[in-house]
Design a protein around this ligand. Structure first.
Ligand code: EPZ
Length: 418
């Protein structure tokens, strides 16, 4: 069992490079299996457990995967298995993008129902609605999604909720459908745009990604391409919040500042100085922080994936802050862990009321999910004394080498194996 051990109280200084976006990369890898010829060479792939898991999954389908540093080459011309039913598939969320990719290319697939972070009910009804609208027959059998279609035909699909997963999955499936598909009330997250750009690089015709209406004109086939994943908005936001919480001056590099605007705006409202440059943001903080209110919302609103790290900084900001988690019904489980460190937080349903305390104190805590883990790391960095964080496999799913990155900024953090 591994744990992170942090001796808190150090200010952070220096520069940190943000890795490729997890939630783009975990969709791009499955989408690559839709290529019927050539290889996909994908750069800026983050070194995280979810990617390793996906590599094993696509290999189990018969694809060849080669890793060279941050670059992955996928040859899916050798794919010979349409049955994605392994423990890895069940463990992670993004494995469900294989449904869209296999359905597009082979018109059939069997993919085990996905797992992912325990942050509330995670239905896939909008994915199914989209596949059915394209002409697929969709069944849930023995814990797997079974899709078949004679052929796929373009359709108008209006999503009942703004969903990243269904927008991406149905967009992938529609690339090889006959005619035009229109997705309305589509998610606008940067990773939706990145997947659309990747599909276009493979020869697809996707327009409008980044707005709430996406038009996909079906093409005959997709082929391999060279592509580079965008920087991770959520990893960047996590480091911005950490720097603001610890005090000091940190340049968060290799980012797209536009993607960070909602986070920048909140930190500025808290009294933190944020300087935007072309591909970096500089955070200057004297730890004199003011409480603010947060309501999570689909992009360009405040990201739910940053809500938990944000709750840590708000727990030591002056005055009262209120967090309203509007996307996931159960994404405040980390509050009990923060309370062990002295935070004063009350949870009522999806709302957290935080009364800022002078300081947090080190304790033994656990990462209840991925971003909760990031919240606990930030808590450990600002706390007096030593914090030990358990269940860090959650953190490793989405943050590449988190301890090395914080260490390079002057934090006292290391990993221990028990
Ligand atoms: C993606 O999950 C991310 N995961 C999540 O990040 C992120 O929290 C979420 O988008 C929202 O931004 C990946 O990209 C792998 P949704 P996803 O479909 O696609 C409801 C992290 O920390 N909904 O946008 O599963 C759903 O219940 C992870 O990196 C339906 O009702 O999220 C939720 O309330 C955790 N029916 C809302 O939509 C559906 O068919 C948004 O979900 C699908 C979703």
């Amino acid at each position: 069992m591994e744990k992170l051990v942090i001796n808190g109280g150090k200010s952070l200084f220096g520069s940190i490079d943000i890795s490729g976006a997890k939630n783009a990369a975990v969709a791009i890898l499955p989408a690559a299996v839709a290529a019927g010829e050539g290889k996909c060479v994908i750069d800026n792939i983050p070194d995280i457990a979810d990617i390793n898991c996906l590599e094993r999954i696509v290999e189990s389908l018969g694809c060849t995967v080669e890793r060279n540093g941050n670059s992955l080459t996928i040859d899916s011309t050798t794919l010979n298995n349409l049955d994605a039913c392994t423990e890895d598939v069940r463990r992670m969320r993004a494995s469900y993008y294989l449904i869209g990719a296999l359905l597009a290319r082979f018109k059939k697939a069997r993919v085990e129902l996905p797992g992912g972070c325990p942050i509330g009910v995670r239905p896939i009804d909008q994915h199914i609605k989209g596949f059915e609208a394209l002409g697929a027959d969709v069944k849930i059998e023995h814990g797997a999604v079974v899709v078949t279609a004679e052929k796929l035909k373009g359709a108008n699909i209006f999503f009942d909720v703004v969903t990243v997963g269904a927008t991406i999955n149905v967009m992938i499936a529609a690339t090889l459908a006959e005619g035009v598909t229109t997705l309305e009330n589509a998610a606008r997250e940067p990773h939706v745009v990145d997947v659309a750009n990747f599909l276009n690089a493979m020869g697809a015709n996707v327009k409008g990604a980044g707005t709430d209406i996406i038009r996909i004109t079906g093409v005959e086939s997709l082929k391999g391409c060279n592509y580079s994943v965008i920087p991770d908005q959520i990893e960047a936001g996590t480091f911005m919040i950490a720097a603001a919480s610890c005090g000091g001056e940190v340049r968060v590099s290799n980012v797209i500042p536009k993607h960070l605007e909602s986070i920048t705006a909140k930190l500025t409202e808290m009294g933190v100085e944020v300087i935007e440059e072309d591909d970096s943001v500089i955070i200057k903080s004297d730890r004199n922080l003011k409480g603010v209110n947060i309501k999570t919302a689909p992009y360009p609103g405040f990201p739910t994936d940053i809500q938990q790290p944000m709750s840590t900084i708000l727990s030591v900001a002056k005055g009262r802050s209120i967090i309203n988690e509007s996307i996931w019904e159960s994404r405040l489980k980390h509050v009990d862990e923060l309370k062990k460190m002295g935070a004063n937080i009350k949870v009522e349903g999806r709302t957290a009321i935080l009364d800022g305390v002078e300081k947090l104190t080190g304790a033994i805590v656990k990462a209840t999910d991925l971003r909760a883990g990031a919240a606990m790391v930030i808590a450990g960095l600002i706390a007096d004394g030593t914090t030990e964080i358990y269940s860090i496999e959650h953190i490793d799913r989405g943050y590449p080498h988190i301890e090395d990155k914080f260490k390079s900024l002057g934090a006292d953090i290391h990993r221990e194996t028990e």
